[in-house]
Design a protein around this ligand. Structure first.
Ligand code: DMJ
Length: 625
């Protein structure tokens, strides 16, 4: 056996020192030492390995192995399951696996179309679930301020018209300054008691309704100091986290409408912000079995309910039907589809319902989705529902043809069943009550003259002339209702019955509370015809208001327009500043101030830019629907 050549650890051959014995012995001794050293090294490495393994390798005793037939899976067990449990778990996993295999086989047998349809159904289900948990897609980023037109001085060229306009501006100053002095921060003003006032539509809140409602009128009239004052109050005080039960409709048309208009006119972000904050507070009102909102909602708790007087717990057509304009703008401005979805849901639901004689009853139960009492009117309880159908079409740059068609059908039914000519030749709009026509017209229904004129262009079968004429006839009738009183101010409701023509009969229908509807119709008719009688009629009304409603602390409603010694109701309504004075001012301004081709006025006379939402909404549709 040959001695193996010993190699040093470095691998280089050790040089031979001398060929003699002594040198050989020395050499062997050196080798023995090296061997021992190497053995020691190997031994210590082995001990280190065992030591490490003892402490660091996983404890196999904590795992059980299950034979699953196809492969082994190591499953951690925590509390030592009993054998039975192992069996059931094993069975379950096996069953799941077999089912998955089976499904895969079935899928392979399906056609491409079938598979696509299945995927779509799944997608829809996921979207529905997301909507339910409010975890839908994130809102689109907010849009910058759109370019708006027609905000100018609008000074009329005729000196006498300018004088009248200046007078209206002075009336606005008096109404505002009085509120500023005696009612600041309250919702409305008591001009005789010279203190703040509120009604149940605002709950027990102090939300400065008059400030918000008046802002855009101040802006349009060029009262910029007053506007700034109002803006400051809103920035510092307007807070919607209050325990107050408010009317969803009133708060929408006055506050959201007012804030949005102030935003579009001035470009100040604070108004948009407040409008969106408030809208969020209104959304819980839509949590009903049908999605038809409650009439009232508590801004703090979000609890909603309906007016006690409304037929069998119903919601009111003119209330849930007068949200579209503002809610579409909210979606446009925020990119949040929720607002748009809420109002479109109402529209879809109404479209599916049967309508007696093609008419929309004023009451709809939000729990059952059934109509309440069959009462239809173009005045109170019904009015602005029809107005918003037309304006939905206008604000969409006339692309929302569904809204236009719904409007046209509704107006056709109204003309057939509700509009009549009196013996004296006055056209009036009566009220339909359980199958019979009541020959009484409300002051509120007088707005319809302007609506018919506004909707004339685009009406079916080229009936534009007919609707403009109908608008003129309503304007004339409503003027008669003013002219046949002692104060030259119109009563709340007037009859066409038993020889009576356009006069109030009941004592509780003889009041005038600074309402705008008749003047609103004069303004629309003026814009469409330029017939000077409309300015004349508007001036008559302005003079009567200044003469009989003006007091040192502002303007008040009167209780009897047939009495030469008026008694006051002591309320300066916020809509007097928002609507009545605005329409009067526009009536005596040139047409390039707030042109109707560019602005759509909400039912509280708050102007919102036409077309602005259109492109953006296309994007929202693609993104969400
Ligand atoms: C206003 O608040 C609105 O015009 C509403 O549509 C009904 N009427 C009042 C003023 O009369």
């Amino acid at each position: 056996m040959t001695t193996p050549a010993l190699l040093p650890l470095s691998g280089r051959r050790i040089p031979t020192l001398s060929p003699g014995a002594s040198s050989f012995t020395h050499h062997r001794a050196t080798l023995r030492l090296s061997e021992k050293f190497i053995l020691l090294l190997i031994l210590s490495a082995f001990i280190t390995l065992c030591f490490g393994a003892f402490f660091f390798l996983p404890d196999n005793s904590k795992h059980k192995r299950f034979d699953l037939g196809l492969e082994d899976v190591l499953i951690p067990h925590i509390d030592s399951p009993k054998e039975g449990k192992h069996e059931s778990l094993r069975d379950k996993i096996r069953a799941d696996h077999e089912r998955a295999l089976q499904e895969a086989k079935e899928k392979l047998r399906k056609s491409r179309e079938e598979l696509q349809a299945e995927i779509q159904t799944e997608k829809n289900k996921v979207m529905e679930d997301l909507k339910k948990t409010n975890a839908g897609p994130k809102p689109l980023p907010p849009v910058p301020m759109p370019r708006v037109v027609g905000i100018n001085d609008g000074e009329p060229p005729e000196p006498d018209v300018k004088e009248k306009r200046d007078k209206i501006r002075e009336m606005m100053k008096h109404a505002w300054d009085s509120y500023r002095q005696y009612g600041w921060g309250y919702n409305e003003l008591k001009p005789l008691a010279k203190k703040g006032h509120s009604t149940n539509i605002f709950g027990n809140s102090q939300l400065g309704a008059t400030i918000v409602d008046a802002l855009d009128t101040l802006y349009i009239m060029g009262l910029h100091e007053e506007f700034k004052d109002g803006q400051e109050w809103i920035e510092q005080n307007l807070d919607f986290s209050v325990n107050a039960e408010v009317s969803v409709f009133e708060v929408n048309i006055r506050f959201i409408g007012g804030l949005l208009a102030a935003y579009y006119l001035s470009g100040q972000e604070v108004f948009k912000l407040k409008a969106v904050q408030l809208a969020e507070k209104l959304l819980p009102a839509f949590n009903t079995p049908t999605g038809i909102p409650w009439a009232m909602v508590n801004l703090k708790s979000g609890v909603g309910r309906n007016w006690g007087w409304a037929s069998a717990g119903s919601s009111i057509l003119a209330e849930f039907g007068t949200l579209h304009m503002e809610f579409v703008h909210l979606t446009y401005l925020t990119g949040n589809p929720a607002y748009y979805q809420k109002v479109m849901h109402i529209r879809k639901l109404l479209a599916k319902m049967d309508r007696p004689n093609g008419l929309y009853p004023n009451y709809l139960n939000p729990r059952t989705g059934r109509w309440g009492q069959h009462h239809t009117s173009v005045g109170g309880l019904g009015d602005s529902f029809y107005e918003y159908l037309l304006k939905a079409w206008l604000m969409s740059d006339k692309t929302d043809t569904e809204a236009r068609k719904t409007y046209d059908d509704a107006i056709e039914a109204i003309e057939r069943h509700l509009i009549r000519k009196s013996n004296g030749g006055l056209t009036f709009i009566g009220e339909w009550k359980n199958g019979h026509l009541e020959r009484k017209m409300g002051h509120l229904a007088c707005f319809a003259g302007g609506m018919f004129a506004l909707g004339a262009d685009g009406s079916p079968d080229d009936k534009a002339g007919h609707y403009l004429q109908l608008g003129a006839e309503i304007a004339h009738t409503c003027h008669e209702s003013y002219d046949r009183t002692v104060l030259k101010l119109g009563p709340e409701a007037f009859k066409f019955d038993s020889g009576l023509e356009a006069v109030a009969v009941r004592q509780n229908e003889k009041y005038y509370i600074l309402r705008p509807e008749v003047i609103e119709t004069y303004w629309y008719m003026w814009r469409f015809t330029h017939d000077p009688k409309y300015r004349q009629w508007g001036w008559e009304a302005a003079q009567a208001i200044d003469k009989y409603c003006r007091v040192s602390g502002g303007f008040s409603g009167v209780k009897d327009v047939y009495s030469s010694t008026p008694t006051y109701d002591d309320v300066q309504q916020s809509f007097f500043l928002a609507e009545t004075l605005k329409y009067l001012y526009l009536l005596f301004s040139s047409d390039d101030l707030m042109p109707l081709e560019s602005w759509v006025f909400n039912t509280e006379a708050h102007p919102l830019p036409e077309r602005a939402p259109n492109r953006r909404l296309d994007l929202v549709f693609c993104y969400y629907f």
